[in-house]
Design a protein around this ligand. Structure first.
Ligand code: RP5
Length: 163
């Protein structure tokens, strides 16, 4: 996967988020979408986060995925620094099971939207699928891949047997 011209960036507040967020990367890779994964924190690297996200559009990036846990401000800070669509993934936290992350990510003030996905792994996978759906608006090949993905998923469910 070429890392030089990513269409999607997958950011996370800590390397401790990577076990979950690699699922976003895996989905993007399966669809053949060039992407870049980085650890950047709204709190621990605020200046670098602002610089990185401010330059994303000029690098050809079209969608930002941002995951964080606890006082999860990364997606909101990214949205404040770019006109690109930002998809937020709340990470499950030890103390509050991700409810803190969910509320911190979803409760954006009107005017600066973050499209917030589910807590944890389902959110990681769906953020990638939603990013792909956004890209697919102008890429018929990607739309066909989504159609095949949905059909494969449907067939798998229909073939399930219970013993
Ligand atoms: C957030 O704090 C990260 O996104 C992570 O989910 C959480 C804990 O980070 P670590 O203390 O594990 O680095 O910024």
């Amino acid at each position: 996967m070429p890392e030089s011209s990513p269409l999607v960036v997958v950011l996370m507040g800590s390397k401790s988020d990577w076990d979950v967020m690699r699922q976003s990367a895996d989905v993007l890779a399966n669809f053949g979408v060039p992407h870049e994964c980085r650890v950047l924190s709204a709190h621990r690297t605020p200046v670098e986060t602002g610089e990185y996200i401010s330059q994303a559009e000029s690098r050809g990036v079209e969608v930002v995925i941002a995951a964080a846990g606890g006082a999860a401000h990364l997606a909101g800070v990214c949205a404040a620094h770019t006109l690109l669509p930002v998809l937020g993934v709340p990470m499950e936290s030890a103390s509050l099971k991700g409810m803190d992350s969910l509320l911190s990510t979803v409760q954006m003030p009107a005017g600066i939207p973050v499209g917030t996905l589910a807590i944890g792994a389902p959110g990681a996978r769906n953020a990638a699928l939603l990013a792909i759906a956004i890209l697919a608006n102008k890429r018929p090949d990607l739309r066909e891949k989504i159609r095949k993905f949905r059909d494969d998923q449907r067939q798998k469910i229909l073939k399930e047997t219970l013993s």
